[in-house]
Design a protein around this ligand. Sequence first.
Ligand code: 5GP
Ligand code: ZN
Length: 139
Amino acid sequence: MDECIFCKIIKGEIPSNKVYENKNFFAFLDIGPVNKGHTLVIPKKHYKNLLDMPEEELKGYMETIQKVSNAVKKGVNAEGISINMSNESAAGQVVMHAHFHLIPRFKDDGLRLWPQGRYKEGEADKIKDKITNCLESSN
Ligand code: 5GP
Ligand code: ZN
């Protein structure tokens, strides 16, 4: 992935504030932090997002995210941490290399992540069926 900015960051071709790395994952400060200490955790191999990552990468990814989250929270004296990932451009993904956002949170930071709606009568059941059908056909 020659043109991918996150692949270039891993290779050191673009500078970054590296927070942590291990064999398969790399963590660095987001250039445009939602709150100070906002960190991105990425796989060293280029995957587009979580949906195309192989199962064998997922345990290590989540362990790395937990480890770095604890350090970010402690390091900036945060009261909580939001862990977020956008998958596909419709979901707001801009950089097409898988990344989790670790966002330090404070009680008074005023950040509202998303508005919530409501289901009409019977609608939730139909939508639940559509999703469970897809899970059955993926087994
Ligand atoms: P997305 O919107 O794809 O979920 O998030 C991409 C994130 O990458 C954004 O929060 C953006 O600030 C960050 N970002 C984009 N380019 C760079 C860069 O060159 N260096 C760093 N450190 N972060 C970047
Ligand atoms: Zn990449």
